[in-house]
Design a protein around this ligand. Sequence first.
Ligand code: NAD
Length: 473
Amino acid sequence: MSVDQNPTAPRPPSSRSTTASASVIPDFDPVPPGRPRRRYAVVGTGHRAGLYIEALRGEHADVGQIVAWCDPNPGRIDYYDEQDGLPRFRPDQLEEMVARCRVDVVIVTTPDLHHAEMVDRALRAGADVVVEKPLTIDAPGCRRITRAVRETGRDVVMTFNYRYAPRNSSLREVIAAGLVGEVTSVHFEWALDTVHGADYFRRWHRDKANSGGLLVHKSSHHFDLVNWWLNDVPERVFALGGLRFYGDGAAAQRGLGDRPERGTGTPGDPFSLDLRDDPRLKALYLDAEHHDGYRRDLDPFAPGVSIEDNLSLLVEYAGGAALTYSLNAHSPWEGYRVTVNGTAGRAELEVIERSFVELDVNGRVVLDPSATPGATADDGLRPQRDRLVVQRHWERPQEYAIPDGIGGHGGGDAILLKDVFRRDLRRGSDPRARAAGCLDGVRAVAVGIAANRSLQTRLPVDVTDLELGVDLV
Ligand SMILES: NC(=O)c1ccc[n+]([C@@H]2O[C@H](COP(=O)([O-])OP(=O)(O)OC[C@H]3O[C@@H](n4cnc5c(N)ncnc54)[C@H](O)[C@@H]3O)[C@@H](O)[C@H]2O)c1
C-alpha cells in the first residue's frame, strides 16, 4: 500500500489509478540546467510526512531535497532516515535547523495544534512554508500566521489535496461554466464509516485541544471545497452537534459494556485497530511509543474524547448562497454527496468510497477488500463510484465525465505534489485555480472556528467577529 493515505481510509478505484488524464495534469517547464535544488526540512515525521518524503526522494528529486528532520520523537525520524543520516532537531531547535541546514522551505506535518507556532517560527527564521490542512485550529492561530506572513513577506502553501481530486475539480468546472446558473444554495453531506471515522477517535484528534474537532480538522477540507467551488467567502455560521456514538459516555448509554483500552492485541473487534497488522503503523507508532507514550490505537469508546461525531451546519456566503452541511462519523458506508442549486438548474456529485465495511471470519475489519482475492469491494446497490450529474431546467439529466487522477484522496495527492514542488515551473495559470495559500487556509478554518463557537453559544456567529487577522474577501 502506498504511503499517501491512512490505511483505515477507503481505497476506491479513484484512489488506485496510477496514470491521470492529461486534462488534469498541470503543464510544467523543464528544470533549467544547473539550477540548485530547493532545500526542505520536514517538521513532524509521522504518517502524512511520508507523502512529501516519498515525493522528494522520487518524482520531484530533481527540484528539491530533504536536508533536515524535526520531530520530538526520534523513533519516527528513524523510520524515514534509515539510509540518509540527515541532521535531526527537536521542535525547540527549529530556528537553529533553518539556519544551520540552510533550509529554503519547511514542510509542516505536525498535529494541528502546533501548526500556528511552527509556521510562524519557520517564516520568521527565514524559510517559506508548506503546511498541511488545517492551517490552524483557532482564531489566535490565524492571527499569528497572518501576522507572520505580513511581517516577513514569505510564502505559505496550503496543501488542499481535495481540490485536485478530478471529481471535485469537475464540479468547479461545471459551476464556473455557468451550467447551473448563479448558485443559490449548496447541500453537502459527508459520511465517514466505522473504520475511517472511528480512527479520529483513536488518535490525537480525539482531543479537541489538538485538532479543533472534526469541524476544523476534517471539514476544513470540505469548507475549502465550497469556498473554491463558489469562489466566495463564508459570512455567518450556525452549528448543532455533539458526541453521540463514540466516547465512553455514549458507549455506556448504549450499554456497550467493558471495552479494551486499546486495539492492539484485541482480536475480533470491528472497532479495534491492531497496529501490528500494518508494518508502517507498527514502525511509526507502536515501536516509537516508548519515546513519548503516544498511543495511536486507543479504543474509540475509551475516556477522553472531546470532539463531536455528528455535526450539522448552516453557512451564509457573502454572495448570498446558503450551505447546509452535515458530517457523520459512524456511517456504515463512506463517501459524500453534494447538490448545487442554481438559477439555471442543479449539479449533483455523488462519491461512494466504501460501500460497506467488510468483516473477515474472525470479526476483524478487512481494510482493503480489493487486495483480497474473491472479496467484494462493492455492493450492487451502492457501487463504489464518482458520479457528477448536471440537470438544467427543462432538460434531461446529463452525466458529466470525470477524468482520472493519480493515487490517494480521490486521485488528488499526486497532482497536488506537482503543484507544490514545481509551482515556479508552471506553464501558464491553472484554469481550475487549484493552488492554495494562506488566505484560502484562513477562509477554510473560518467556518469550523465559527461553528465551534456556535456550538458553545448556541447562536449564529459572524465570521468577522472572530477577528482572524485578515479580511477574508
Ligand atoms: N490532507 C490530507 O488528506 C491529510 C491526511 C492526513 C493528515 N493530514 C494532516 O497532516 C498533519 C499530520 O498528521 P499525521 O496523520 O501525519 O499525524 P501523526 O501523528 O502521524 O504525525 C505527527 C508527527 O508530528 C510530531 N510532532 C508533534 N509535535 C511536534 C512539534 N511541535 N514539532 C515537530 N513535530 C511534532 C509527532 O511526533 C509525529 O511524528 C495533520 O495536520 C493532519 O491534519 C492531512
